[in-house]
Ligand binder design. Structure first.
Ligand code: FE
Length: 140
């Protein structure tokens, strides 16, 4: 898909932008948490008709050609019910924290999809502190 269809904006002004929260620097091989949320400053609607349907988190290791997928998160509860739209008891909030470890620096990319307003992307770089106890990348 062309980048023409992937939108970017200031997350403080745009409710569709994914926000990636992660430490600026982590230690190689030590688990840390990355949180992705959509609508952090301005909440996005969460109704049967209009909602964030899914988001992806990728890690693009510095100097490598291809990004790696951390996870795909489908949000399937948006007030659906046999009584009708928005009558159900469940509303999945577009926010999730995942724990992972890396052994080289890189950039996280988050891609979110609104069922009406399409694709939105943001990114956040993370540097990796190499220590003596870090796993040997070449041996893996
Ligand atoms: Fe929307």
């Amino acid at each position: 898909m062309s980048e023409l269809y992937i939108q970017r904006a200031d997350w403080k002004k745009e409710k569709h932008m994914p926000v990636i929260e992660a430490p600026d620097q982590v230690s190689a091989g030590i688990p840390f948490q990355v949180k992705v949320s959509i609508g952090k400053e301005i909440p996005h609607p969460n109704t049967t008709e209009h909602h964030i349907a899914w988001f992806d988190l990728y890690f693009h290791p510095e100097g490598e050609k291809f990004p790696l997928q951390v996870g795909h998160f489908t949000l399937t509860g948006h007030g659906e019910s046999v009584k009708g739209p928005n009558q159900g008891p469940l509303y999945t909030h577009p926010e999730l924290a995942v724990t992972l470890k890396v052994n080289k620096p890189g950039t996280f990319h988050a891609l979110s999809f609104c069922n009406i307003h399409g694709l939105w992307e943001s990114e956040r770089a993370v540097s990796v502190l190499m220590t003596a106890s870090a796993p040997d990348r070449e041996a893996a």
